[in-house]
Design a protein around this ligand. Structure first.
Ligand code: ADP
Length: 397
């Protein structure tokens, strides 16, 4: 089965054509600057990438058309015709409380996704535009929506409720939703396979540490808590997001500097996190370089980040009554051995014994704890596209 996976943003669109059974990626790429000056990247398997600038892409429709044309192109194409695309899987950021699983897209589903727009005003409308563009060009091809929030819908109320007046939940749907669900689901399934145990028996802490970061407590294959909240601003400090802070700080700073809420949120989303703290960069590679040269703020940003990750690992071990394995994934989790070591340091009481030699690895499924470590530590590269393709293939069958 060939599944086209689409991740549509407001002015960009990532795509991948893959076979979830063989895990073969036939082609992948990116449409950028949609509505501006259209940049198109296409990489067929085993061949040179094609990059084109100034491609007429006034809307997502032309972007999808460019993708489909490239896939069936006589020179660089990877399929004979569009009929060889069995289904399309769309990443959708917010499914609210309506979607606890991926779903086949119908008119009713589209309406329900649109109802979730106020919860993710920057993302969901763009995802919907991507779906509509595909529907316009691919009549009769099944489409599936895979939600970032769905995996976390199993959280108990004590984990997802905020201690706010109840009416804000009832009337306004204010609660913890959590994000990165597709990634947490994928890596926890891989963890069970690596450990050779049924996922139903396992208590896992999944650390998705990238530019955006979140941690999930996954008990028996079900998310029971996660660090992101009503929005992706909550939880860990991230590249440029502050993570959890005292809400009272907002009033203090807004009054002092005459900032309105939009300006304040811009600071919290775009100028905070390890970038704000280090005054260096949001990129952990830059932090390491600066810290190695003696930059104390860069070193503090690394320490703060690792400290918060460690606190969540401890909190989620408490929430689940134990932990069988801690998983590291995403850009930082897969590549930054120093951060992994800092997180694991001092967790020996929880049965975590990092193997320093095994930890000297990047981007490869590896057990990085010692053989006698009671709690395993796993490096598992995430693969959200594959997870989307697997869900899509199952529903389209
Ligand atoms: P997102 O999908 O949230 O944009 P990624 O999961 O791709 O982010 O992670 C990107 C981040 O991963 C970069 O900002 C950088 O901080 C980090 N990263 C990538 N490669 C390395 C590396 N070799 N060492 C340390 N950090 C890295």
């Amino acid at each position: 089965m060939n599944i086209l996976v689409i991740n549509a943003g407001s002015s960009s669109l990532k795509y991948q054509l893959l076979n979830p059974e063989t895990q073969q990626v036939l082609a992948k790429g990116l449409c950028e600057r949609i509505g501006i000056d259209g940049k198109f990247t296409y990489k067929p398997e085993g061949k040179q990438a094609v990059k084109e600038a100034d491609v007429a892409m006034p809307t997502h429709n032309e972007a999808i058309k460019a993708v489909l044309d490239a896939l069936v192109d006589s020179v660089n194409g990877v399929i004979g015709s569009m009929k060889e695309i069995d289904a399309v899987g769309h990443r959708v950021v917010h499914g609210g409380e309506k979607f606890a699983k991926s779903v086949l897209i119908t008119d009713e589903v589209m309406a329900a996704i649109e109802e979730c727009n106020p919860l993710a005003p920057l993302h969901n409308p763009a995802n919907i535009i991507g779906i509509k563009a595909c529907q316009a060009l691919m009549h009769g091809t099944p489409m599936v929506a895979v939600f970032d929030t769905a995996f976390h819908q199993t959280m108990p109320a004590a984990a997802y409720m905020y201690a706010l007046p109840y009416e804000y939940y009832e009337k306004d749907k204010v609660r913890r939703y959590g994000f990165h669900g597709t990634s947490h689901k994928y890596v926890t399934q891989r963890a069970a396979a690596m450990l050779g145990r049924p996922i139903e028996e396992l208590k896992l802490v999944s650390c998705h540490l990238g530019n955006g970061s979140s941690i999930a407590a996954v008990d028996g294959g079900k998310s029971v808590d996660t660090s992101m909240g009503f929005t992706p601003l909550a939880g860990l400090p991230m590249g440029t997001r502050c993570g959890d802070i005292d809400a009272g700080i907002l009033q203090y700073l807004m009054n002092k500097y005459g900032m309105d809420i939009d300006k304040m949120l811009n600071v919290l989303n775009k100028k905070s996190g390890v970038e704000g703290l280090s005054c260096v960069s949001s990129d952990f590679r830059d932090l390491e370089t600066a810290a190695d040269k003696g930059d104390s703020k860069a070193a503090l940003a690394q320490k703060k980040f690792a400290y918060e990750v460690k606190k969540y690992v401890g909190a989620y071990a408490a929430a689940m009554g134990g932990v069988d394995a801690v998983i590291f994934t995403a850009g930082v989790g897969e590549n930054d051995k120093a951060i992994r070591a800092m997180v694991c340091e001092g967790l020996e009481y929880m049965g975590v014994q990092l193997d320093n030699a095994a930890n000297d690895v990047r981007g490869k499924e590896t057990v990085i704890s010692t053989p006698d470590s009671k709690t395993k530590v796993l490096l598992i590269p995430t693969n959200e596209e594959l997870m989307i393709a697997i869900d899509t293939a199952e529903l389209a069958k």
